[in-house]
Design a protein around this ligand. Structure first.
Ligand code: AOS
Ligand code: ZN
Ligand code: ZN
Ligand code: ZN
Length: 388
C-alpha cells in the first residue's frame, strides 16, 4: 500500500484547469439551451472558475478562448483572476468560426486565409504574455470532406509552416500544445487526426511543442492510456482535455461514462511520475454542460478526476513491479484492480478537511445559495460561442 501521507500530499498538490467556455451557454448543432445565471463576460467566467476552485481547492486556473473571452485589457483580467484567488491558464485560439475558414485555416489552399489564421495565432501568443499563460492550446478544425478535395501532403506542409512560425515566437517558459482529433468537422481526412501526427509535428518543432490528449477525440476502443504512457515517457505529453464520451466528441463530464478508463489513464500518469510539476503535464477539462447546471457540473468533473487520481495513487507500485518481473499476470492485474475498487471518498474528505474546505463540495455548493444568487444577478448571459 502506498504511503498515505504521500498520497494525501499528492492529492492536495493536484491542479485541474477549468475551461472558460464550459461556464457559458452551449448546445449542439440542433439547439443551444439558455440557462439562468450564466456569465455575461470573461470577468464573470473567471468568477465562476474561482467558485469551482473555492469548493474543490484543486482548480486554481481557467483556460481562455480567444475571441470568446476577448477583453480590452488582458492584464486587467489577469489581475481580476488573482483577486479571486486563481490565475489565467491556457490560451485557446479560434481559427474555425469564420466564413474564410470553410476550406480550413492554416491548411487552407488560399495563402491569404492562411496568413489571417497565422496572424490570429500570433496575436494569441501576445495575449499569453499579458495573461502570464504558459500554454498555447492549438486545435484545428482543418481537414477535407471528400477524396481528392485537396492534397493531403500539401496540407501537411502548410500546417508545418504555420506551426513553425508560431513556435519561433514562443519565449520564456511558453509552450505549444498540439491537440488532435479523429474527425469532426472534417469527415474524410482531418489534418491532425491522431497522436502520431501531432507527435511528428512536435518532434519537428522542438521541446516546447507537446501533444495535447483530449479524451473524447479517439476512435472507439482506442487504448488512450497507451498513448499517455508513450508520450509521457518521451516528455511529449503536454496535457489533457478531460471529458467523457459515449460516441464521439461528446464533451460530457469527465469520468461520467467510463471512470475506469480515467483511472487507467491516471495510473499511467502516476507510474510515469506525470503528477510531478516538473513533468509539465497540464490537467485541463474541455467540456460543455448543455442540460445540467454548469458550476456544479464542473465541480463534479473535478471530483471525478480527483477520485481517479486518488485510486491511481493507491496502486502499490512495488507489488505491481514484483508481479510483472515474476510474470504473475493475475497478481499484477489484482494489484491494479484492488486500487480501483477502493472507495476513496473518505480519503478525499480527509484531504479537503486538511485543506480547510468542506469535505462535500457539491453539497456545500448547493447549500450556499450561490446558484440562486447568480440567477437573480445575471440577466442575459452569453452563449459560449456556439450558436451565438
Ligand atoms: C475541439 O473539438 C477541441 O476539443 C477543442 O479543444 C475545444 O473544444 C475548442 O477549442 C473549444 O475551445
Ligand atoms: Zn479539446
Ligand atoms: Zn473536442
Ligand atoms: Zn472533447
Amino acid at each position: 500500500m502506498a504511503d498515505s501521507q504521500a498520497v494525501r500530499a499528492a492529492l492536495r498538490a493536484q491542479r485541474i484547469e477549468t475551461p472558460s467556455w464550459a461556464f457559458g451557454n452551449s448546445g449542439t448543432r440542433f439547439k443551444v439551451f439558455a440557462q439562468q445565471g450564466v456569465p455575461r463576460d470573461a470577468y464573470e467566467k473567471v468568477d465562476d472558475a474561482a467558485t469551482v476552485h473555492q469548493y474543490t481547492g484543486v482548480a486554481p486556473s481557467v483556460a481562455l478562448h480567444i475571441p470568446w473571452d476577448k477583453v480590452d485589457d488582458y492584464a486587467a483580467l489577469a489581475a481580476h483572476a488573482r483577486d479571486r484567488g486563481i490565475t489565467l491558464g491556457a490560451i485557446n485560439p479560434n481559427v474555425f468560426q469564420e466564413d474564410d475558414y470553410r476550406l480550413g485555416s492554416v491548411c487552407n489552399p488560399d495563402p491569404a486565409v492562411r496568413r489571417r489564421a497565422l496572424d490570429h495565432l500570433l496575436e494569441c501568443v501576445d495575449i499569453m504574455a499579458a495573461t502570464g499563460s504558459r500554454d498555447l492550446s492549438l486545435w484545428f478544425a482543418d481537414g477535407t470532406n471528400y477524396p481528392g478535395q485537396d492534397s493531403i501532403t500539401a496540407r501537411q506542409d502548410r500546417l508545418s509552416e504555420a506551426l513553425h512560425a508560431v513556435y519561433e515566437r514562443l519565449t520564456g517558459d511558453q509552450r505549444m500544445l498540439l491537440e488532435y482529433k479523429l474527425f469532426e468537422p472534417a469527415f474524410y481526412a482531418t489534418d491532425l487526426p491522431d497522436w502520431g501526427t501531432s507527435f511528428a509535428h512536435c518532434v519537428d518543432l522542438g521541446p516546447r511543442a507537446r501533444v495535447l490528449v483530449d479524451t473524447g477525440h479517439h476512435a472507439p476502443g482506442t487504448n488512450i492510456e497507451f498513448i499517455v504512457a508513450f508520450l509521457l515517457h518521451r516528455s511529449r505529453l503536454g496535457g489533457f482535455h478531460f471529458n467523457s464520451r459515449f460516441y464521439a466528441d461528446d464533451d460530457l463530464m469527465a469520468g461520467a461514462a467510463d471512470p475506469f478508463q480515467l483511472f487507467r489513464i491516471m495510473t499511467e500518469i502516476v507510474l510515469g511520475r506525470g503528477l510531478d510539476p516538473a513533468a509539465g503535464v497540464a490537467f485541463m477539462l474541455d467540456q460543455c454542460h448543455n442540460i445540467e447546471p454548469k458550476i456544479p457540473a464542473l465541480i463534479r468533473s473535478v471530483l471525478n478526476v480527483q477520485e481517479a487520481t486518488a485510486k491511481a495513487l493507491l496502486v502499490d507500485a512495488e507489488a505491481l513491479r514484483k508481479s510483472q518481473v515474476d510474470g504473475d499476470v493475475l497478481g499484477a492485474n489484482e494489484v491494479v484492480m484492488d486500487a480501483y475498487n477502493t472507495d476513496v471518498r473518505p480519503l478525499l474528505a480527509q484531504v479537503r478537511q486538511d485543506m480547510g474546505i468542506d469535505p462535500d463540495p457539491i453539497g456545500a455548493y448547493r447549500r450556499s445559495g450561490h446558484q440562486d444568487r447568480i440567477a437573480a444577478q445575471r440577466v442575459g448571459g452569453n452563449a459560449a460561442g456556439w450558436g451565438a
